[in-house]
Design a protein around this ligand. Sequence first.
Ligand code: W6P
Length: 475
Amino acid sequence: PKLWERVNHFSLYNQTGVSLRQMVEHGRRQSPMTILQAGQFLSEELPVRLAHRVKELDELPNGLNEMPSIVRVKEWYAQSFQELVDFPKPQLPDSITKQLANSISQNPMNLSSSTPNPSLSEEAESHEDGRHDAEAKASKERMRKRALALAEESSNNNGNGNGLRKRIPIENRYYADHANIKQVPPEVTDYNEQFTRCLEQIKKRHDAVVTTVAQGVLEYKRANKGKNIQADVQRFLDRFYMSRIGIRILIGQHIALARTPSSDRGAAGRVGALSGAGPDGEEPENYVGIICTNTNVGAMAREAIENARFVCEEHYGLFKGPPVQLICPKNLMFMYIPSHLNHMIFELLKNSLRAVVERYGVENEDHYPPIKVIVVEGQEDITIKISDEGGGIPRSEMPLVWTYMYTTAQSEDLDPDFQASDFKAPMAGFGYGLPLARLYARYFGGDLKLISMEGYGTDAYLHLNRLSTSAEPLP
Ligand code: W6P
C-alpha cells in the first residue's frame, strides 16, 4: 500500500501511554523473551505515534508545513514509520509461537493477530540536542570520571479521541510470563538484534529534530514578517516536542535493555556505579535500562552545578563563575531518568549564571552574589528551587520565556544554512532551553515555574513528582 495511506491508517489509532513504573517492572524481568515482547509492542506503538506526527507536520497552518526544514523533518518521520511497518515479523518456531500466544493471549498487540497491519516493524527517533551535547562536552572536558547516563527519550502521542483501537490494559499485553520458555531459539535473539539495530538507526535519524524544526520556525518567521501565529506554533511545538520525548524514552529504554546482558544489570554492571558508594556514602546506582531507580538528587545537582559553572566560565572567560550553594537532604533518591534531571537543572543554572554575570559584569567576578539551590522533599514532590540575584525579568516579558518563536536578534541573523552544531554554543541558548526543560519536567508529572522580582532576581521552581505512577502525557 502507499505510504500515505498507511500513515493515515495508523494515525487513526490511539497512542498507548507507558509509565515509568511500567517500564521498570517490565525491564526488570529482562530476558530475550521479554525483549522480544517489548519489541512487538514497539513495532505497533511507534508507527502509531510517528503517524500522528507525520499528519500534524503535514497539516501545520499558514504555510509552516511548507518550510523546507519542516518538510525534511516530516520525511524523517515518514521514513522511520516505513522502516517500522516494513520490518519483518519474527519467524518463530511453532512451539514458541504457541507458548507466547498462550502467555499473552489477551494481548492483541503481540505476536498474534489483531494488529492493524500484519507486517509491522519499528523505528524511532533519536535525540540529543545541542544542549545535551553541551552538557556532555562540559562534563567530558572537565573530568572524564563519570560516564553521563545517556538520555533516552521518546515521545508519545496521544490518541486524539478518534482512535479505533480499544485500549487494552497495558499489563495485559506489555508484560507476560515467559518463565515457561526456557530455550531461547536463535530466531528470537536474531530478531531482537535486528530490531534493536532498526531502532538505533531511527533514533540517530531523529537526533537533529529539535534544531531542524527550530530552523523551520526561523524560515517561517522570515517568510511572514509581522504575522502573528505565535499561539499556533507554540501549541504545536509543545505537543510535538512532548511527543518526541516519549518516543525517545521508549526507544532508548528498548535499546538500553537489549544492549545490556541481563547478568550485567544492576549497580555492579554500570559504569557510573563502579566506584560503589559515592562521596556522601550514597547507595550505588541502580538502573533498569535508562531509568535509575535510585537517582540521587544531590549528586545530580552537584554535577549540573559543576558543568554549568564550567560552561559559564568558558563562555565569559572568567576565572571563577558565580558561586552556587546547594542545600539538599543527604541521600535523597527517587526513580527518574538521570539525564533528564541533569538537563533541567543544568539549563536553569545556565540562565541564573548568565543573569548574574551580565548584571554584575565580568569585571566583578570576585563579588557575584551566590546562586542558591534548595532541594526539599514533600509527599508528592521533590522540589528544587534555584534562586539568583540576576536582576529578574520584567513581568511583561515573563510569557516570552516559554515561547519558541522568541529568539534573540542574533538568532535572526543566523546563517540560514546553520548546522545543528551552531546550537551548541553553551550559554547562548536559542530560547528553546526553558520551554524544553518544562516539557521534560511535565513529562513525568512534574512542572517548572519561574517567579521573578524585577530589579532583584529570579526563583525557578522545579517540581518532580516522586510517585512516578503518573500516566504518560500523550499529545
Ligand atoms: C533570570 C532569567 C531566568 C530564566 C530561568 C531561570 C533563571 C533565570 N534568571 O534572570
